[in-house]
Design a binder for this molecule. Sequence first.
Ligand code: FES
Length: 156
Amino acid sequence: MNNDLDQILKKYKAGKREDLIPLLQEIQEVRGFLSEEAIVRAGNFLGLSTTKIYGLATFYDRFRFVPAGKIKISVCNGTSCFLNGSQPVINKVKEEIGVAPGQTTRDGNFSYDIVSCMGGCQNGPLINVNGEFYTHVKAEQLPDLIKKLKYIIEND
Ligand code: FES
């Protein structure tokens, strides 16, 4: 598992702090999330403290610190989706799966993220479930959708 990290770090220059965000992005692309161990390694490599890295990484809503669930739900909260009513959708997903954005359910079935724009602003609010987009989403649709997804997981 460490080998993939070594491969990634080789592409960067030790001590070059401005590479932090691209480096973290690449680690997340390969591993799906940023483990504590990966953050410590990145910090040692770039000469940044773990606290500083967590601080910067949590500022960007695209980083995950826990492994993703079997079903990944992302809700867009970009300006356009926000104006079209993403907030009730965000609250409903949280209520239905029982975890806040950035978290994964304890059973590992669902993970939940908020993203800033999915590139379909005319059709918001948008959500993405394991790569599939749902447009013009209303909070009332969520209980049925989540029920369907739970059924799929149970019968997989
Ligand atoms: S703001 Fe949601 S798709 Fe652009």
